[in-house]
Design a binder for this molecule. Sequence first.
Ligand SMILES: [Zn+2]
Ligand SMILES: [Zn+2]
Length: 277
Amino acid sequence: MEDKLVPVTSVASGMDQMFASDIHCLTIQVVNVCFVGSKENNHDWVLVDAGMPKSAERIKEAAAEIYGENSRPKAIILTHGHFDHVGAVEELVQEWDVPVYAHELEMPYLSGEKDYPEPDTSVEGGLVAKMSRMFPNEGIDLGEHVQSLPEDNTVPYMEGWKWVHTPGHTEGHVSLFREEDGALLAGDAFITVKQEDLVKVLTQKQEISGPPRYLTTDWDQAWKSVHRLRSLNPKLAVTGHGFPMTGENLKSNLEKLDNEFEQIAIPDHGRFVNRKE
Ligand SMILES: [Zn+2]
Ligand SMILES: [Zn+2]
């Protein structure tokens, strides 16, 4: 499996050179982690999400590639606690000894108190929904390393960024937004790859989807969250799965997803689906 580390500017064709030049995106199998902070200021960066299990080495290599040998972040920010976003976090925290931040509603899943509900394998979504029965749903225990994001919506060590509560996929899901250039790190609030293609790295076609179906527990909230993100008018979105999306493409796709959320995102049936007939 080939991993890719790209500066987000390189995929954002036609954009201003300075635009989001401090965001790097590493794709590990099918999930993205972000490094936020400029190369030049290599003591001042943050890791957003922590990839698949067993990916700590790859994340450290990428960090060294961007910021130099043995560079460590100021903190790790988690959009939510699903296994494919926290896979390496316990190992990285041990190694780096840095604080981890997440929304307070996500805390029970990060401090060993609660497990996520079992994935809903009955939703349509192709192979990945069927495979999801093998996905771990257990919460992890970061003990005193994890703390709640500040109530004033600032993001520790990420100047100019605000966290936005975007529940639905999980209760405490957050997205990160920087007003100045319209950069959005959306986590799994929406994704830019077709649900069916989620598992196939090589064929990942860009197409906006709602949050991954098999793990989303509240569709009303998920819709409201997409609406909230759309109203921020982002210029660039790095999502938990799929390639970064920018400009007009992002704008029109996000509008479509919001307007047609029931058709595009919500499964026709499933354990967490409560359709009004
Ligand atoms: Zn997720
Ligand atoms: Zn995910």
